[in-house]
Design a protein. Sequence first.
Length: 200
Amino acid sequence: MKLLVASNNKKKLGELERILSDSGLSGVELLPLSAVEPYDEPVEDGRTFADNAVIKARAGAAATGLACVADDSGLSVDELNGMPGPLSARWSGGHGDDEANNRLLLGQMAHVPAARRGAAFVSVCALVTPDGQEHVVEGRWPGTLLEAPRGDNGFGYDPLFMPAGEDRSAAQMSPEEKNAVSHRGRALAQLVPVIAQLAQ
């Protein structure tokens, strides 16, 4: 079975591949957007992670005739009323400038005491089939926001995020450790039974 992943982010695709492989699911080929005929990607103008994930998954399924999984994820900071939230990738203005996003967030949180630095990574994964089935799941990875970046692994806000129960940042964890507990891992794990059923 071919399953379109509505992303060209190699790190994200690799993470999804590892999670599916670790679950023991075989016979599923993940295709990035670059592997299918180009189509007009929709504007992600939803107000929530779920809105944006569904927008992307519907567009992929409609354009290709393949089941499509899309993820919208980001960092939710308690002190900022859940922001950057769906704006995480473009918090500093541009899209995907991790360094600028991290710098801006650290500046905004510069004088916030440790007791109020609660945060969570949130991932909402939507799976939409060509016949209109829709499955939407959410994974949360709670923790706190650090005062300075730590670690070189991962991407996005990983260097600023220390998961609950850890003394390391997400960027100091190995990909395998992160997948076992991360927000995307928790969300995608809920989709594995659905994907297994579709692959029969």
